[in-house]
Ligand binder design. Structure first.
Ligand code: GLN
Length: 454
């Protein structure tokens, strides 16, 4: 099999299903085919190396790609061609993979259904009436539909794990600092992480291996060696101690979802693990804390989109102030505006102590809940989401119901620990995800458990 064959297969599948799934914003077919030819020349020589040699990959459209349009699914970046590659994109290139195109998402990664894209609405390949989840809905749907075997997403409050769960694929949010954020269009810088979405746990480990590691261009990246993740895939989880937070199986969690987690725990017990119920008492403050902090950070990060530096500029402006105002009024969608307003309010001097500072304090308590549990247990297990995928249109007009969908993924970002979602059954024909959460920088144990289970 040649690299050209792999790339052909990807575009053939895209041509067959993309008008229904709509996972991509931009395809890069000409370049991908040219690159495949180049790599084929190397086949059979010593140059044919790299962890992902010849592998087609899709990249979420908030990760910058040199010369390849990058929109973050916003009108404000509709004509933005970055002048450099994100570190993860450079690393993929070094690993020999081929970028097939840029994947749809909620605008600036704000959302849980990919309905907030300024371009199109991605559908769930398992049921086209259902959402794929979000914000990395394109990344999860493209893998689930077989358009690409690998994709990158980003996760600020669940945006890799929730769509992976809704689409029946494997998605990992690495520890904060494990993967460079250089070239990721910032939403909430203290929470954002790039991570891999794949069909199997093994593929996921390969992709993390390729992108992980210290980067001098991201001062929050972690300066230590990256372990060999595939060595963790032993299948041996004898003696593993699992904690199951009672908050993760309680009120608001659908019965089928609860049952699927209990069934998964039986499988893990059968493999020699033990589990006990624990409590993460502050997780009930997770959603409120997250929306205050992430919106505050977003309001600062999105100040750079002013009609001068990048992308769209309103044609209706007559002076500088009007350029700012009209560009932003016309360029940002409703959800993004809502968050900028909330964040600006929470950071304003009269309200800072009541909201932003309080939220920071709550974050510390949430983080401490996890630290306490990890003193006695190796991993935390629960559902990724309280329900399977909902229908397109069902929640879009009610932001608070939409936000509540992230209740089980958000605390993980606030604590900075890693989490993975692996498929664990179905409810009503739609996939469910098992979430496994680990200690800081212990992705290897997550892969070990997920692989033993899958
Ligand atoms: N759904 C959450 C939000 O809307 C999480 C998004 C994310 O992880 N990027 O903010």
């Amino acid at each position: 099999i040649s690299v050209t064959d792999l790339v052909n297969e990807s575009y053939t599948r895209i041509n067959a299903v993309e008008d229904k799934v709509k996972a991509f914003i931009t395809l890069d077919e000409e370049n991908a085919r040219a690159k495949a030819k180049e790599l084929d020349e190397l086949l059979g020589t010593d140059e044919a190396k790299g962890l992902l040699f010849g592998m087609p990959i899709g990249v979420k459209d908030n990760i910058v790609t040199k010369g390849l349009r990058t929109t973050a699914a916003s009108k404000i970046l509709e004509n933005f061609d970055p002048i450099y590659d994100a570190t993860v994109v450079r690393k993929l290139e070094e690993a020999g993979s081929i970028t097939i195109g840029k994947l749809n998402m909620d605008e600036f990664a704000m959302g849980s259904s990919t309905e907030n894209s300024a371009y199109n609405k991605t559908r769930n390949p398992w049921n086209l009436d259902a959402v794929p989840g979000g914000s990395s809905g394109g990344s999860a749907a493209a893998v689930a539909a077989g358009e690409v075997p690998f994709s990158l997403g980003s996760d600020t409050g669940g945006s890799i794990r929730q769509p992976a769960s809704f689409c029946g694929v494997v998605g990992l949010k690495p520890t904060y600092g494990r993967v460079s954020r250089y070239g990721l269009i910032a939403f909430a810088s203290s929470l954002d992480q790039i991570g891999p979405i794949t069909r199997s746990v093994e593929d996921n480990a390969y992709l993390l291996q390729a992108i992980a590691g210290h980067d001098p261009q991201d001062m929050t990246s972690y300066p230590a060696e990256v372990p060999n993740y595939t060595e963790a895939l032993t299948g041996d989880i004898k003696g593993l101690r699992i904690a199951v937070p009672k908050e993760y199986l309680g009120e608001g969690v659908q019965e089928e979802v609860r049952q699927s987690v209990l069934d998964a725990l039986k499988v893990l017990e059968g493999l020699g693990a033990t589990w006990e119920e624990v409590s993460l008492p502050h997780s009930k403050y997770g959603v409120a804390t997250y929306y205050l902090l992430s919106s505050s950070e977003a309001s600062a990060n999105l100040a750079r989109f002013d009609g001068v530096r990048y992308g769209y500029r309103s044609p209706n402006a007559e002076n500088l102030l009007e350029i700012y105002k009209k560009t932003r009024a016309e360029g940002f969608g409703d959800e993004v505006k809502r968050r900028i307003m909330l964040g600006t309010f929470a950071l304003s001097s009269g309200f800072y102590d009541a909201y932003y500072r309080k939220a920071q304090q709550a974050r510390t308590l949430i983080k401490k809940d996890f630290e306490d549990v990890f003193e006695k247990y190796d991993v935390i297990v629960g559902p990724t989401t309280p329900t399977p995928a909902f229908n397109v249109g069902e929640k879009i007009s009610d932001p608070l119901t939409m936000y509540a969908n992230d209740i089980l993924t958000i605390p993980v970002n606030l604590a900075g620990v890693p989490g993975i979602s692996v498929p664990c059954g179905f409810s009503n024909g739609l996939p469910l995800g098992l979430q496994i959460i680990g200690r800081h920088f212990d992705e290897a144990t997550l892969y070990k458990v997920a692989h033993a289970y899958e």
